[in-house]
Design a protein around this ligand. Structure first.
Ligand code: PHE
Length: 447
């Protein structure tokens, strides 16, 4: 359980840790390919709308719950049950989130593993057709289960190692270095890519909405991505909220995290699409492979390309690591409390479960490529189930809990919102806008 000695020192530590959780493969790898697959601008607009109208109130709510509970999500919910007299069924929300986190980690680690591998795999400088080389390289990589298992395992071991050391000691310090360096490097890269690639085409693809492309699947994917990228709906942010200093201003903190996260996603798009449109071998609809096929091309030909590309993939892997630790943190903290076992023991068991489950996603590239569940590959099914269903459902219940179940006075006081108008806007977003939008997207997608 969090006690005072564990409260993060200074406002920046929470911001960096939460931004570390939010900014990860979701921004750099997933956002560009999802925008690419779902028609560009139309997807981006729905995504941004969901970030503001749903992401903002849900993130505030999650931090608020964690801060009050000062414990892992399951125990935080138990605290609300005992102190606020809410139904004990709410504890399920904590469980459900911990499960979603493990499920996401299982395939997240497969892709983060590929980033690790790419530290050592730049395009050779004598390559005649770099973009073709890059596409072929990825195809070869994904057809080798043993190679993928090696990197998947390595990434999970690193994740578990950090979590075993404890969130505060394990990530508090490292993130201070990773995040600023990553920001700096992606800005440089985006400038480089704008000058050398087709920036005009990239901008119109990302920002000119073609509304004929909007379908129920685009909408549900955009909402799922908004939850995924902000780490919402499964308790990661709630678990970190347990360590937030008492007096920290939630609105400012959340706005900054959301801004940083969105900024990184858009910049990632501005790195990737100019290169995609400048090379006929690359296509915007490539799917999960888009990032791995495109990025090496960005580095090809620049001075010290080996070094630059290695540095970039190191940073991406570190950003993935600062997200993956938050995926397994809620379940680890719960096991530690529940069974009175060491963090190391708890995270080893949970990491092994994620590893095994991850093999299913990993083999979707090769051994079980033909296997389908509801006409999706195992990987796509896991992705759909977690991002499009479980996270929004978690977010829906979080908004309902804070908006409807807990007393308004209590929430208002704890949130320390003084401005009446702002409070009205905030509570209405939480009470009506977010739940209704999530509900509508579900209904629209199902029928
Ligand atoms: N937000 C992380 C990313 O964008 C992924 C994540 C999802 C982390 C859910 C924690 C919880 O990479």
């Amino acid at each position: 359980m969090a006690n005072n000695s564990k409260i993060w020192k200074g406002n920046w530590t929470f911001i960096l840790a939460a931004a570390g959780s939010a900014v990860g493969l979701g921004n750099i790898w997933k956002f560009p390919y999802m925008a690419g697959e779902n028609g560009g601008g139309a997807f981006v607009i729905i995504y941004l709308t969901c970030i503001v109208l749903i992401g903002f109130p849900v993130m505030m709510s999650e931090i608020f719950l964690g801060k009050y509970g000062r414990s892992s999500p399951v125990y935080t919910m138990k605290k609300f049950v005992s102190l606020k007299g809410i139904s004990s069924y709410w504890v399920l929300l904590g469980w459900f989130g911990a499960l979603a986190g493990l499920m996401i980690l299982s395939y997240y680690s497969v892709f983060a593993g590929i980033s690790l591998a790419y530290i050592f795999s730049p395009i050779p400088t004598d390559s005649l057709n770099p973009s073709q080389y890059s596409v072929d390289f990825f195809a070869q990589f994904q057809s080798s289960p043993m190679r993928m298992i090696f990197w998947h395992s390595l990434f999970l071991i690193l994740t578990c190692f950090i979590v075993a050391k404890g969130v505060v000691d394990g990530i508090g310090a490292t993130i201070k270095i990773i995040m600023p360096t990553l920001f700096f490097l992606i800005i440089l890269l985006s400038i480089y890519s704008s000058f050398t690639g087709e920036i005009g085409k990239a901008i119109s693809f990302l920002f000119m909405p073609d509304f004929s492309k909007i379908s129920s699947s685009v909408i549900i994917s955009a909402m799922g991505q908004a939850f995924f990228t902000l780490s919402l709906g499964m308790g990661a942010i709630m678990a970190y909220g347990a360590y937030i200093p008492e007096e920290q201003n939630l609105t400012k903190t959340v706005s900054l995290i959301i801004f940083l996260d969105t900024f990184v996603a858009i910049i990632a798009g501005i790195i990737i699409f100019p290169i995609v449109f400048a090379n006929p071998e690359l296509t915007p609809t490539a799917g999960p492979s888009l990032f791995f096929e495109t990025l090496p091309v960005a580095f090809y030909g620049i001075p010290f390309s080996f070094f630059a590309s290695a540095l970039f993939f190191i940073l991406v892997s570190l950003a993935a690591l600062s997200s993956s630790v938050s995926l397994i943190e809620p379940s680890t903290a719960w096991m530690e409390d529940r069974f009175k076992i060491s963090r190391t023991y708890a995270v080893t068991i949970l990491g092994s479960i994620a590893w095994l489950l991850g093999l299913g996603s990993l083999f979707s590239f090769n051994l079980i490529a033909e296997f389908q569940i509801f006409s999706m590959s195992f990987l796509d099914f896991m992705d759909f189930l977690t991002n499009s269903i479980m996270l929004p459902l978690g977010g829906l219940f979080i908004a309902l809990l804070v908006g409807w179940i807990l007393s308004e006075n209590f929430v208002k006081e704890e949130m320390k919102i003084k401005n009446e108008l702002y409070w009205k806007i905030w509570i209405n977003l939480t009470r009506y806008v977010a739940p209704i939008l999530i509900g509508l997207v579900f209904i629209f997608a199902l029928f």
